[in-house]
Design a protein. Structure first.
Ligand code: PLP
Length: 398
């Protein structure tokens, strides 16, 4: 007997589940890239992306993944030798820092470990210790997808403002875009990067950089920016092809149009609230499991937990085994532990993650939780009982 037949659920934190409507919109012949529908569609997509980002300033699109967005953003504000401050709350913070180092920046990393968000005061203190303003930018990840730590970006901005330091605040929202509340202009973020394959429910391949006037000014002051990464012609194109520095990602634009229509029809606040409620159902279940046995949430403080991804610890002997059971026996693919390696657990076997971003609803999350429950029973991993009931209460009380 095979219990995996039926609709599978890829519950990894990106690429995320894609709606049929998005896939259908992309299933078509090549459109004309010189005139017609595609052109208008692209400008509409750009302005709707700004709504999701919470900005009235600039948006640049790139053909590329999240790493491309990292490099694009950095390329417009840094010259080789510039210093950046990187508060890291997981592997993606360190990854962005490595990208900056690759462009010749000097990176000061503030490591907040793997179980806590960025502490704004510690970042502010580091800026106070830079009276000559060597530090050009602070690179912060909103939701670090490895640890599932969510940092308070508004608090970080206030702490930075209190220092009077002019460093730009640059934020990676790749995991949180369209999932966790984020308000670029209101929170005073200068540069924000995102990508399309997580909350936006579109296959990987397109990434975004949003930037305000402070960041645009910085761009105009630096000596040179590589032609491909330069955000200036992309954000202010005189001709359509400048938007992408070449051929447009034609099918992604059709997919994005439908995905943005879905988000705006639901309402951005409702999208955030849906993710929050589903995340709370997950936490309720895991807290019950944790009451006996080795399973626990990686982030203890609920305010510092992502609503789009949840990292769990279960002990080296159980994590990979549980993940395999869910996939091989039930058609549920969970995320691997990422960036959690230690000497005694070099492959992060004691960790796994739930991706719950984008096109997810209550029945999918309840199915996910009940499947993990089945795996815990099948593999004889000790756990508290009543987890599904606890999650159901969250859903019922909505
Ligand atoms: C997924 C992710 C990235 C990297 O995106 P890729 O598309 O894999 O290059 C960077 N930062 C965060 C927070 C992410 O979740």
């Amino acid at each position: 007997m095979d219990l995996t037949k039926g609709q599978p659920y890829l519950a990894i934190p990106g690429p995320s589940v894609m709606p049929e409507a998005v896939l259908r919109a992309m299933h078509r012949g090549a459109p004309n890239i010189y005139e017609g529908e595609l052109i208008d569609l692209t400008y509409g997509v750009l302005s709707d992306l700004k709504i999701v980002a919470g900005t009235v300033h600039n948006a640049a699109i790139y053909i590329g993944n999240g790493h491309a967005a990292w490099e694009a953003a950095l390329s417009n504000v840094l010259s080789p030798g510039d210093k950046v401050l990187v508060p890291a709350a997981g592997a993606f913070g360190h990854g962005w820092s490595e990208m900056a180092a690759g462009l010749g920046a000097q990176c000061d990393v503030l490591d907040f470990g793997r179980r806590a968000p960025i502490a704004a005061e510690v970042v502010a203190e580091a800026l106070r210790n830079d009276p000559t303003h060597e530090i050009k930018a602070v690179l912060a990840v909103h939701v670090d997808t490895s640890t599932s730590a969510k940092s308070d970006i508004a608090a970080l901005r206030s702490a930075l403002d209190a220092t009077g330091h002019p460093a730009l605040l640059m934020v990676d929202c790749i995991a949180s875009f369209g999932c966790d509340r984020f308000e670029m202009d209101r929170w005073g973020v200068d540069v924000m990067v995102a990508a399309c394959q997580k909350g936006l429910m579109v296959p990987p391949g397109v990434a975004f950089v949003f930037f305000n006037e402070q960041a645009a000014k910085r761009r105009s002051e630096i000596e040179r920016v590589s032609r491909y990464w330069d955000w200036q012609p992309r954000a202010n194109p005189e001709l359509y092809y400048q938007l992408f520095c070449g051929t447009a990602p034609t099918h992604h634009i059709y997919g994005l149009r439908v995905a943005l229509d879905m988000i705006l029809a639901e309402g951005l606040n409702n999208v955030w609230l849906r993710h929050e409620t589903l995340a709370k159902a997950i936490w309720a279940a895991v807290e019950v499991w944790s009451s006996e046995g080795p399973l626990e949430l990686n982030i203890a403080d609920p305010d510092a937990r992502s609503h789009a991804v949840t990292s769990l610890r279960v002990g080296k002997e159980h994590g990979t085994r549980l993940r395999r059971w869910c996939q091989d026996q039930a058609g549920l693919t969970l995320g691997i532990g990422l960036g959690m390696a230690t000497e005694e657990d070099p492959n992060s076997d004691g960790f796994f993650r739930f991706g719950h971003m984008g096109h997810v609803n209550a029945q999918m999350i309840m199915g996910l939780l009940a499947t993990v429950q089945s795996g815990l029973i099948a593999l004889d991993i000790p756990h508290g009982s009543g987890a599904i009931e606890a999650a159901a209460r969250v859903i019922a009380a909505r």
